[in-house]
Ligand binder design. Structure first.
Ligand code: GLU
Length: 339
């Protein structure tokens, strides 16, 4: 993972963001700094995604107090793709709880590509985690609802509550993927053969494909991330979407699995939970502080937006977001702390 952001010092994790005007200018700086990066390739395995404009680039930070900082093509909508997995996972965690998600879906990284069939075979049919396609399809199958339509309605209303506005499907993206998603259908059939899906596997894949085609902006992603950063309350609408415990569980899953088989490198460079999608979106969560949403279609070989990763790595450093970055206390300060 090349997230070389140049000579930028890592600020320590302090528990709060810098002042409003400083965040505002650093978000603009993140956009300016990586605007002309041309690395990466636009996804084309879903045919319509190949038409994406590689120049588009948006950066957004949504603070947990509801303030939003934006730069670039912030009004452009794109399909949420795999980022939906994070929020459907949160809704399913809310319904079934910590143990069911850990045991039935799993929380461990596969070390293999997001759409790996081998990972299922190697793990005795276990879907492994909700961020790879097998686990995501198994997670969508658990969504509350007596029919696929009811499950779909619950996904749309849940993800809309995270975003704070009604989300709609991009029909062209949905059709393009539905016509070419033989691999996801095979994954669902394989899970069925292992007894891991109780519903009609093809109906589940259809709902999953629609969830991936929901349209969002970088701002939506930032607000959705800020809701996970804010103990489950959307900081813009004030609506509680999930519990604080669900946020904690979802963020742990994202830290381990959010950047596909490069999740370790992602954590090493950025030090925050995040999730990318093949249309070029990226959401990152700084617990208790903010959500970061970026959009830039060119991807690295694992399917992560190149400029999105670089802008996020930059913001993680300058805003002091990396949860592993501490300063040494001075001896005097330590004594004062203990007094
Ligand atoms: N809808 C895509 C798929 O299932 C999502 C992949 C992604 O964004 O990683 O292949």
């Amino acid at each position: 993972m090349d997230v070389d952001v140049g000579d930028v010092a890592q600020a320590a994790y302090t528990g709060h963001l810098p002042e409003w005007s400083e965040v505002e200018s650093l978000v603009e700086a993140a956009h300016r700094r990586f605007k002309s990066d041309a690395d990466g390739t636009v996804a084309d395995y879903i045919p319509v995604l190949a038409q994406a404009d590689p120049e588009l680039f948006a950066v957004c930070v949504a603070e947990v107090d509801g303030g939003v900082h934006t730069a670039g093509d912030i009004q452009v909508e794109f399909s949420i793709q795999s980022i939906s997995k994070a929020f459907v996972c949160a809704l399913v965690c809310q319904e079934y709880g910590h143990e069911v998600v850990r045991d039935r879906i799993g929380v461990n990284n596969t070390g293999l590509a997001f759409n790996s069939v081998i990972a299922i075979e190697l793990n005795d049919g276990h879907p492994m985690n909700p961020m790879v396609n097998a686990g995501a399809i198994a997670t969508t199958a658990l969504m509350p609802g007596a029919t696929p339509d009811e499950q779909w309605d619950n996904i749309v209303s849940g993800l809309s509550a995270f975003a704070g506005r009604p989300l709609t499907v991009d029909d062209t993206v949905y059709r393009s993927e539905a016509d070419t998603n033989q691999r996801n259908r095979a994954i669902a059939r394989l899970l069925e053969s292992y007894g891991r899906i109780e519903l009609d596997p093809l109906a589940v894949v259809d709902v999953y494909t629609r969830q991936c085609a929901l349209r969002v902006t970088a701002r939506d992603l930032a607000v959705m991330g800020a809701t996970l950063a804010d103990g489950g309350v959307n900081p813009v609408t004030g609506q509680r979407v999930v519990s604080a415990g669900v946020c904690r569980d979802t963020l742990a899953i994202l830290a381990a699995n959010g950047a596909y088989e490069r999740s370790g490198e992602w954590l090493f460079e950025i030090g925050l939970p995040g999730k990318s999608g093949v249309a070029g979106g990226l959401v990152t969560v700084a617990p208790g502080k903010a959500g970061i949403g970026t959009f830039s279609p060119p991807l690295d070989a694992a399917g992560n937006s190149v400029r999105g990763q670089r802008a996020t790595a930059y913001l993680s450093r300058v805003l002091g977001l990396n949860i592993f970055a501490s300063h040494a206390h001075t001896l005097a300060a330590q004594r004062k702390d203990r007094a």
